[in-house]
Structures are given as structure tokens and as C-alpha cells.
Design a protein around this ligand. Structure first.
Ligand code: DON
Length: 304
């Protein structure tokens, strides 16, 4: 398979999809990202990678960070995370609180915002500096020691995090948040403001495609069973309330972020990251989803 030719073809073929989505503006610092950026990278287990467009340019990973926080929590605390969050799709927006009160402060899954807050709360219960732990983990997985948070984006989100703060307080009322809410919010905004490129994220996602084993590091990052479970939750919850149509179109476990990135996993074969900042109505990259749909159709790499 000539992956380079496929990626270059996709970069041209997605052109008509530009202008149909909108860059996230509810976090003001994200509104200034150039809307027409497009990058895509695939990482193979034999160490080869293929890229096109702006694949080496760092962007705000936003909710893709939730995947790595979940991975870290599972690697330290195992299945305990499932006592604090569920594993069902919510059918609501990623920042919705509508079910949270009815379900006594237990979020549906770790990828919607309340679920990510509960997961981070668990990570913060471990000894040590959580921000540094996450940064080091992302640097290790991506093999890039320059990975860091963008303080402007973190501050911008922190100042506008009214809904997330409300969720955290609601969950604290149900004893499903144990940390101080201000500290949790600050850490959450920092987590979402991590910047990485498509190349970085494709590398970081490879263990999920390889049963938890990182061929690039020649060691396991998580267990095979944990990789299976995380992929299952990505497939059913990773792209929020459009997860059904995303699975229908793309056919891969994936996690999106409002920075316009989507990280997708092809079990046994590769990881793929695409970045295009304009979002659909559900907060997923409009052009990115189209590019992934083309990729799986052209290369027959879906899990189905
Ligand atoms: O909490 C928020 O609203 C953002 N920091 C992250 C949301 C996000 O990326 C949702 N994904 N598509």
C-alpha cells in the first residue's frame, strides 16, 4: 500500500470540505487558529510514518488528552476508574450536565467533560505533580521532549470554564469529586491545553493499536485487556453524540478534540492522527472526519 500517495490524495480531496465547519470559539484563545490548516500522519509498528500537510505543526489537543489521562489512571489504578465513571455513550453534548444529576453525579463515560473531570480527580489522588506526570507521559509516548501546555489557551479556558466548574461542583455534591474544585479546574484546563502535532499523537496512539505494547519503546504501556477496553470506549464514546455516524462512516475507535484533532486506531496495524480546526456541530473536526472516512474507504482498514 502506498500510504504516502493515499495521504497526499486525501489532502487534495478534502479541499471542498473546508468552510463547512466552524473553529471552536467558546475558548477565546482557540478562535484565532487559522481555520484552513490540514495535517495527517500515520504511524506503523515497524517505525515508519507517513505525513501530509501540516502534520508536524503542534495544535491544542483538547479532549484527546482525556484518552491519555484515562490510560494513565488505568495503568496506576486499574478498573477502579469504572467505580467513578460509566462506559456508555451519553447521547448528549460533551459539556452537557443533563443526565449528571439524574444519575447521581456519575458521568456516563470518561470522554464527556464530567467523566474526564472524575478521571482526572482520580489521577490527582496519586502522589506527585499531576501536570508533570501527564506531560512526561505524553513526551514519553510521542518521543518528543518539547511537548508542553500552551499557558494562554489554559488560562483562556480557565476563565471561561463555567459549565465545567458547575459539573465539578455537582459531582462533588455527590462525592464523586474529591479534590478541591479550583485545583481540579486548573489542572483540567492545563491538560486540555497540551500542544502536540499529528506526528506526536500518531506515535502516542500506537500502543492502543498494538494491544498496549509500544513497538517504538519495545515495552508495554498498558495491558492488552486495558487496550481492548479503552478502544471499546473510544469506539462507543470517543466522538460524543455523533459517535454512531462516526463509526458508520469511519469504522475505527477514535478520540476527537475541539482543537480539531482526531486520533484514530487501526487495531494491529497503525494509528492515525488528523488535524483540521473547523468543527461540526458535535465538536468533532469536520474535515478530519471526512479525511478519516476517505482513508478507511481507500485502504480498507476499518475494524469491520
Ligand atoms: O472542556 C472543554 O470544553 C475543552 N477543554 C475540551 C472539549 C473538547 O475538546 C471536546 N471535544 N471534542
Amino acid at each position: 500500500m502506498d500510504y504516502q500517495a493515499v495521504l497526499d490524495y486525501i489532502r487534495e480531496a478534502v479541499e471542498p470540505a473546508f468552510g463547512k465547519g466552524r473553529v471552536a470559539d467558546y475558548i477565546p484563545a482557540l478562535a484565532s487558529v487559522p481555520p484552513r490548516k490540514f495535517g495527517m500522519a500515520i504511524q506503523l509498528p515497524d517505525g515508519r510514518n507517513f505525513t501530509t500537510g501540516d502534520a508536524a505543526e503542534p495544535f491544542s489537543i483538547q479532549s484527546i488528552s482525556k484518552l491519555f489521562v484515562l490510560q494513565l489512571v488505568m495503568s496506576h489504578l486499574g478498573d477502579m476508574v469504572w467505580t467513578r465513571v460509566g462506559k456508555e455513550p451519553s447521547g448528549d453534548r460533551f459539556n452537557s450536565m443533563i443526565k449528571l444529576e439524574m444519575e447521581h453525579g456519575v458521568p456516563r463515560n470518561p470522554f464527556i467533560n464530567p467523566g474526564a473531570l472524575a478521571t482526572l480527580d482520580l489521577l490527582m489522588s496519586l502522589k506527585g505533580d499531576t501536570k508533570q506526570r501527564l506531560r512526561d507521559y505524553l513526551r514519553y509516548l510521542s518521543m518528543n521532549d518539547t511537548v508542553q501546555a500552551d499557558p494562554v489557551v489554559a488560562q483562556s479556558e480557565f476563565e471561561h470554564a463555567h459549565l465545567n466548574r458547575a459539573m465539578a461542583h455537582l459531582m462533588k455534591g455527590y462525592d464523586n469529586i474529591h479534590m478541591d474544585v479550583d485545583e481540579l479546574m486548573e489542572t483540567y484546563c492545563h491538560q486540555c491545553a497540551m500542544t502536540m502535532s499529528c506526528v506526536d499523537l500518531a506515535r502516542a496512539g500506537l500502543p492502543l493499536a498494538m494491544g498496549g505494547y509500544s513497538p517504538l519503546h519495545e515495552e508495554s504501556v498498558i495491558s492488552t485487556s486495558q487496550a481492548k477496553r479503552i478502544n471499546a470506549v473510544m469506539l462507543t464514546c470517543g466522538t460524543y453524540d455523533s459517535v454512531g455516524s462516526f463509526a458508520y462512516r469511519v469504522g475505527l475507535p477514535a478520540k476527537s478534540g475541539v482543537g480539531g484533532g482526531i486520533l484514530a486506531v487501526v487495531p494491529g496495524k497503525m494509528s492515525i492522527c488528523v488535524w483540521a480546526p473547523e468543527l461540526d456541530a458535535f465538536g468533532n473536526s469536520y474535515v478530519g472526519a471526512a479525511a478519516l472516512e476517505m482513508f478507511t474507504s481507500l485502504t480498507h482498514t476499518s475494524i469491520f
